[in-house]
Design a protein around this ligand. Structure first.
Ligand code: CU
Ligand code: ZN
Length: 171
């Protein structure tokens, strides 16, 4: 075997195929029944948590929408209830990142422009990416909700129906 053909000779090229070493992940959002919300999100480990970037399309113009990681990587139900509750490995209360106690899956609302597109740049705290621990979000689901999260109502933030769902996959 020629050395150049051995993936182990180039650790950087080998990393994306090794789930245990993943430091980045992606989710492709698909609409729930009766909705048109879609998008692509990228997840990256940063100081203090996981940064989520990307775009969500097909939203009502100008609205705010709850945006969370949920506990099951299962978007199969027409209303995405199969994704379960907010990802909450610590068993604590729902809330807002940066303002005391919150679920590991909690993140700030996303805001749609007049074109129905939300540019996402959000933070998760208390979650990890690809380490296989109890706080790992790889294999969980991201949900975009119909209403804004009030960051207070337990355990959901009263964010309403689920408009889109995507499973977080290591890359
Ligand atoms: Cu949610
Ligand atoms: Zn929550």
């Amino acid at each position: 075997t020629a050395p150049a053909a051995d993936p182990a000779a180039d650790p950087a090229a080998n990393a994306p195929s090794d789930p245990a070493a993943a430091t980045a992940a992606r989710a492709t959002l698909a609409p729930t029944e009766g909705n048109e919300v879609a998008g692509t999100l990228e997840f990256a480990s940063v100081d203090g948590g996981i940064r989520i970037t990307g775009q969500v399309t097909g939203l009502p113009a100008g609205g705010e929408h709850g945006f969370h990681v949920h506990e099951h990587g299962d978007c199969s139900a027409p209303d995405a209830t199969s994704a379960g509750s907010h990802f909450n490995p610590a068993g604590i209360a729902h809330g807002r990142v940066g303002e005391g106690e919150h679920h590991a899956g909690d993140s700030d609302n996303i805001a749609a422009g007049e074109d129905g597109v939300a540019t996402v740049d959000s933070l998760l705290q208390g979650a990890t990416l690809g380490d296989g621990s109890g706080t790992d979000i790889v294999g969980k689901a991201v949900i975009v909700h119909a209403d804004a999260d009030d960051y207070a109502t337990q355990p959901t933030g009263n964010a309403g129906a689920r408009l889109a769902c995507g499973v977080i996959q290591a890359r």
